[in-house]
Design a binder for this molecule. Sequence first.
Ligand SMILES: *[C@@H]1O[C@H](CO)[C@@H](O)[C@H](O)[C@H]1NC(C)=O
Ligand SMILES: *[C@@H]1O[C@H](CO)[C@@H](O)[C@H](O)[C@H]1NC(C)=O
Ligand SMILES: *[C@@H]1O[C@H](CO)[C@@H](O)[C@H](O)[C@H]1NC(C)=O
Ligand SMILES: *[C@@H]1O[C@H](CO)[C@@H](O)[C@H](O)[C@H]1NC(C)=O
Ligand SMILES: *[C@@H]1O[C@H](CO)[C@@H](O)[C@H](O)[C@H]1NC(C)=O
Ligand SMILES: *[C@@H]1O[C@H](CO)[C@@H](O)[C@H](O)[C@H]1NC(C)=O
Length: 403
Amino acid sequence: MMKLLVIVVSLFFTFATSQHCPLPTIAEIESALPPLLVESDGSQSYSPNVTEGSVQYVCQAQGDTINTYEAIALIATFTPNPGEPEQTRIFDMECSSGTWTGRTGSLDPPPASVVGVPPKTNCYRCREGFGGDTRCRACDSACNTGLERCTGSGSGDCCLVFLPNGDCSDDCSSFGVDYAASEDTDYKCICNLTCALGHSPNSNCTECIFNDICDISNPCLNGGECTSFSGMNNYTCNCTGTGYHGMNCSDITYSTSSIQGMPQPSSVTSTRPTSSSSVVSTTTRIMTSFPTRPSSIFSPSPSFSPSPCRADNCGECEPDSVCCVQCNDGYKIDQDGCSCAISDGPFDATLIIVIIAIVIGLLLLLIIGGIIAFTVYSYATKGKRKTFPLKEKIGWQKKPQIV
Ligand SMILES: *[C@@H]1O[C@H](CO)[C@@H](O)[C@H](O)[C@H]1NC(C)=O
Ligand SMILES: *[C@@H]1O[C@H](CO)[C@@H](O)[C@H](O)[C@H]1NC(C)=O
Ligand SMILES: *[C@@H]1O[C@H](CO)[C@@H](O)[C@H](O)[C@H]1NC(C)=O
Ligand SMILES: *[C@@H]1O[C@H](CO)[C@@H](O)[C@H](O)[C@H]1NC(C)=O
Ligand SMILES: *[C@@H]1O[C@H](CO)[C@@H](O)[C@H](O)[C@H]1NC(C)=O
Ligand SMILES: *[C@@H]1O[C@H](CO)[C@@H](O)[C@H](O)[C@H]1NC(C)=O
């Protein structure tokens, strides 16, 4: 495996260095500048510092593969030596055996007509004087479709699209009938096979295959049994006997009864059809990614929890099951129908109803008591009240003070 990687990596580097260059880094531009400065400004030593973000490409002559170039013309702002004033110049760089070098004699003040203009990419050479200020010798008009690039070796060597391996091509069909490129795909040939829902192109882009989520990314954890259905991400997990529950068998269930019935992964067999291209509505496969389980968690230990079953906060489990039927006070059966979740807190509906009932009861008692007291009082003072004028009543009330 390691050997293969080394071979692949070294092949990649051999390939890369024998070919054209990706756009230069700031450091590469800085190291290309001194010979140009020496020729244009005299024989001194230079340690130029290119201002970050000042680089503008004027001409880009496409290399043999995608995002590589064999020549560029660029405008950059730099200080020739630390402390010296900045200058902005246009110059050419050329890629040779994977290394950028400056083209001497090309260090000039940039013509106003190219400053701030998007780079020309339909060039097979970048030189002063080609096509005026653009510094670009353009490809033949036959190339001026697609990416508008030539490969750099000649004006008629067109690069209209890039094959999946990065090579230039004039169409995608050489790679496969269902490959296509467009401006949207950055002129890269990509698989354009249209597949029905739940299906996707195979690695060859020759046919559509069913996306078996159980195959691609088994979502059932802890040894749960994955069953996929046609349709995007349509699956179920059978967590029976895993000691876990939930949609993906990810929630741990503490129970003694489930452990004894747990199937051993070695006895598990695949029932999944072998043909990957056949459109199957249901495939079943038992995943064996968790061959062993931490037995300490599951060892039946009566001291583990005082409750009859070991689901947290559970008072009573279903017989022979890990599922709780009766949770302890303050807990209720969770959405999974198995474990206990904290209940909604002190202000649940029943409590509010009880409070309202008590308040209404108290109000009724007060009203009835008031009616009784009033009736008794009016019976006791009957006759007197009717004959007493207001003044006399006041006088009667003041009597004790006079006495
Ligand atoms: C280039 O200039 C920046 C700030 O202008 C400075 O931080 C950096 O060290 C300089 N780099 C070199 C190689 O002198
Ligand atoms: C890809 O296929 C779709 C549908 O078949 C089509 O409309 C589209 O133009 C194709 N894309 C390219 C770049 O050819
Ligand atoms: C790719 O296509 C070739 C024939 O065109 C076929 O033999 C091969 O099995 C295909 N590979 C895959 C992964 O489908
Ligand atoms: C998942 O598959 C089942 C069984 O084939 C089907 O009834 C259900 O509608 C599918 N669900 C989705 C979201 O595709
Ligand atoms: C889950 O698997 C068990 C055996 O491991 C089986 O008895 C049960 O019927 C399965 N449940 C479903 C819903 O397929
Ligand atoms: C189950 O796994 C899928 C895929 O990993 C994930 O998208 C989903 O949110 C998970 N569901 C739960 C309830 O954990």
